[in-house]
Design a protein around this ligand. Structure first.
Ligand code: CS2
Ligand code: MN
Length: 391
């Protein structure tokens, strides 16, 4: 008998056969698990077993395994609990069972209204010449007021920020504004982009629902899928809001320690878990990540380890994995300790990375180029080994 301790499972997000990063690249980066989704299935429709098996076979033919599904998107009808939400719940449950029948049992999802992560710039140049994703409040205000033209938007911002936005806007060309629109609306690669008009309508809908309404819709969703998850052994991991505060008048329910504790308590069953994303949670000036991890760790089934650097205004850019405001060493110590007491080791991925080296000349998915993530994964792997001594 050996008493070998668990190591974290090193994973990599792969967007499927159309991803410019190949499975062989992933192997060379040293990952063993794949995080992927069937992006060709429209949101809300059932994921057929045949499609799941096909994707699984491609992954396994490369000597990798499908570790986590990110994401099975939660349809807007469920988040807003529209009259036809029941149909989408049934479809979601079928997808859960289908995935489980193929042996894929960890699902990541988010409960952010309409938009997945939001950034105002996708190519902020770092001092070393690499490019990072960036969120800037002044640009968001310009988007909100001048591009989206959301009713009552100005009331959400301080006079000081509004004045700065006014000045910056005065110096912007139409091309600058077009870029800003594209950047803000851009999200996860392979996912359909939302039109401004549709976004405006959704914002109106969520205004009625509010944070409390959204919270209870999440509880309802989790209760509805509980049986499907428990009977098939699937765990659900909610990804935190990114950024972790309300934007564009949209409510947020997964941004803070108390949000996450509330989610776990609201449906207090092991299947109801968390994707602990240090980059998303770390973008808030008030989140203390080590405290959040300690509070929710028993139900963390998936980790996104990435870093951010913030300024006093709350703007942030995505920093090197071991270089930003999140003390990754402190986090890793807690993660390693938790992972060692698990029966099943926890999968993690480097989440995003900088566009750098040869990738600067390539067309890449923002945040998802190969080399920056390879660097991130390598640093995190070394950090884990250094912390655990588990060679
Ligand atoms: C991801 C998330 O690319 C990313 O930042 O970490 O946006 C994640 O894919 C979804 O929110 C999960 O549903
Ligand atoms: Mn993440």
């Amino acid at each position: 008998m050996t008493d070998k301790k668990n190591k974290l499972v090193q994973t990599w997000r792969w967007y499927g056969p159309s991803d410019p990063v190949s499975l062989q690249d992933v192997k060379q980066a040293g990952a063993v698990g794949i995080v992927t989704a069937l992006h060709h299935i429209p949101h809300g429709e059932v994921w057929p077993v045949a499609d799941i098996l096909e994707r699984k076979a491609i992954i396994e033919a490369s000597g990798l395994h499908w570790a986590v599904v990110e994401s099975v998107p939660v349809h807007e009808a469920i988040k807003t609990r529209r009259a036809d939400a029941g149909r989408y719940i049934e479809n979601y449950k079928t997808s859960i069972r289908n995935l489980a029948s193929c042996g894929i049992k960890t699902i990541c999802y988010n409960f952010m209204p309409v938009l997945d992560w939001t950034r105002t710039q996708l190519d902020l140049t770092m001092t070393d010449g690499s490019k990072a994703l960036y969120f800037n409040w002044i640009d968001l205000i310009i988007f909100d007021i001048h591009i989206l033209q959301r009713e009552g938007a100005a009331a959400d911002y301080s006079q000081e920020l509004l004045e700065k936005a006014k000045q910056r806007h005065a110096g912007m060309s139409q091309a600058d504004l077009d870029d800003l629109r594209i950047n803000v609306l851009m999200g996860i690669p392979n996912e359909k982009e939302i039109e401004l008009e549709a976004l405006r309508n959704s914002i109106g809908e969520y205004k009625e629902i509010g944070a409390e309404g959204l919270r209870s819709n999440l509880t309802w969703f989790l209760n509805e899928i509980a049986d499907a998850c428990e009977s098939s052994g699937v765990v659900m991991t909610i990804h935190p809001d990114d950024p972790p505060y309300p934007i564009l008048g949209l409510p947020r329910v997964a941004s803070t320690k108390s949000d996450l504790e509330h989610i776990l308590k609201s449906v207090d069953k092991p299947f109801n878990g968390i994707c602990f994303c240090t980059g998303s949670l770390g973008a808030s000036v008030s989140n203390v990540l080590t405290e959040i991890f300690e509070a929710v760790k028993k139900r963390v089934y998936f980790l996104h380890l990435r870093n951010v650097t913030k300024d006093e205004e709350g703007n942030f850019y995505e920093a090197d994995h071991l270089g930003g405001d999140v003390n990754m060493y402190e986090i890793m110590k807690l993660v390693v300790a938790e992972n060692e007491r698990r029966t099943m080791p926890i999968p993690f991925r480097p989440d995003h990375g900088h566009q750098m080296l040869d990738d600067l000349q390539k067309v890449t998915n923002p945040g998802y180029s190969a080399i920056g993530r390879l660097r991130g994964l390598a640093e995190l792997r070394g950090l884990e080994l250094g912390v655990s001594g588990n060679y």
